[in-house]
Ligand binder design. Structure first.
Ligand SMILES: [Zn+2]
Length: 405
């Protein structure tokens, strides 16, 4: 693992997007004091009294009137796909999955390393400081090591979703590509081994389930128990299109949400990705279980999957975060583009210009796992919907102003 030396410095004359007692505001003329890699103080003259360690006392930088925002949390991507831009263009999800799957099976460690490095650089350049990587199941330890080496060298904070599945189906309708599967105990042992190696790094592991169709009831139990015992996030694509619902009803005689819920996979550590087809009953269930949702507007548009009911999910009390998804279904890793398109897609869908304004998109894209707005705003209430309750996780700023600033 690369061990970087944390930076200490004062950056002067910066306009900071910060939390205040009156909500988030742009504050001009601020000094930003960084001590050992962390923002220690922000204020008009905070740099004057800054006590920086050792030689860094002279490390002052003129911000030149620049603007500073909190780092973005990208709640979903597949960095291996950074070299697959344009892949499967024009194909719907299932055919796209089979197309991209061939590239994934053939991916070498070197290609994985370079793809993660290129994709990670694009994330950093667009302001992402934390990323949830959702790797597809892959039996090659060398492929995982290559991705982790790139992420470590980038210095980005990572929740590294190690792929896990236990139902094989080459068609991908009711299972995973058999060539990418391995026994569950091997996968769980590999995650435990990675955890031991990643202690004190910026990378933590999670369980990345492709979708509800890829786990048997016994597999769900194993994933649930491992996640509970080790405190792991479970990242899972859910209801991206109608396939999850159709296949769960066909093979398990229940809805996709019921299938996961009965398997114990809906909980406070669940990050459900997409949820374009999540209906009112499903939204109520995810909210009751405390599951969060990753909204990936560009990917949903590129594949024609649908529009995630973001205002409705927020109204139901679900935490929503923003994701770029893999470059094979997005063609970029640009978080700023996702931020803008994420708002515009909801506006054109609801035919209202006041949905998801800047402050609300910033709350969705920045703090912690996910968040929803603090105030019950009419602009987020679907017509005829009930008012959203204030959420306890609301407005957790990265930059908190010191008292009196
Ligand atoms: Zn995805």
């Amino acid at each position: 693992m690369v061990r970087n030396t944390p930076m200490s410095a004062v950056i002067g004359d910066v306009t900071v997007y910060a939390a205040t007692a009156h909500g988030p505001r742009w504050l001009p003329g601020q000094d930003v004091v960084i001590v050992d890699g962390r923002v220690a103080a922000i204020g008009p003259n905070a740099g004057v009294a800054a006590d920086l360690p050792g030689d860094s006392a002279a490390a002052g930088t003129d911000g030149g009137g620049g603007h500073l925002i909190p780092g973005f949390v990208n709640t979903h991507t597949h960095l291996q796909q950074s070299v697959l831009r344009g892949a499967g263009e024009g194909l719907p999800l299932l055919e796209w999955l089979r197309c991209v799957g061939e590239f994934t099976v053939a991916a070498t460690p070197e290609q994985t390393y370079l793809a993660a490095l290129a994709g990670g650089l694009e994330l950093l350049r667009s302001g992402v400081t934390t990323v949830v990587e959702h790797l597809w199941p892959n039996p090659s330890e060398a492929v995982h090591d290559a991705a982790l080496r790139a992420l470590d060298e980038l210095g980005i904070r990572v929740v590294f979703g190690r792929g896990i599945a236990d139902r094989a189906d080459a068609s991908r309708k009711w299972g995973m590509d058999p060539r990418l599967l391995q026994p569950l105990p091997e996968i769980l042992a590999h995650i435990a081994e990675l955890d031991a190696r990643l202690v004190d790094s910026r990378i933590t592991t999670a369980l990345a389930v492709p979708n509800p169709r890829c786990l048997t009831p016994a597999g769900m139990t194993a994933v649930r128990d491992f996640a509970a015992e080790h405190g792991k996030t479970i990242s899972i694509h859910l209801l991206e299109t109608g396939t999850d619902e159709d296949m769960c009803r066909l093979h398990a005689a229940r809805s996709a949400v019921d299938y996961l819920d009965e398997g114990g996979l809906l909980g406070e550590r669940t990050l459900a990705v997409h949820c374009c087809r999540l209906d009112a009953e499903g939204r109520a269930r995810l909210a009751a279980r405390g599951a969060a949702v990753s909204y990936n507007p560009l990917s949903n548009m590129r594949l024609g999957s649908g529009v995630a009911p973001v205002p409705e999910m927020l109204s139901a009390g679900i935490d929503v975060g923003l994701g770029v998804d893999g470059a094979a279904s997005n063609d970029t890793q640009d978080m700023l583009l996702a931020l803008r398109m994420g708002a515009y897609l909801q506006r054109v869908t609801h035919q209202r210009a006041d949905i998801l304004p800047f402050d609300d998109m910033m709350r969705i894209a920045t703090p912690g796992r996910c968040s929803c707005p603090r105030r019950t705003r009419r602009s987020h209430r679907p017509r005829g919907g009930r008012p959203r309750r204030p959420h306890p996780a609301a407005l957790r700023p990265r930059f908190r102003l010191p008292a009196g600033a």
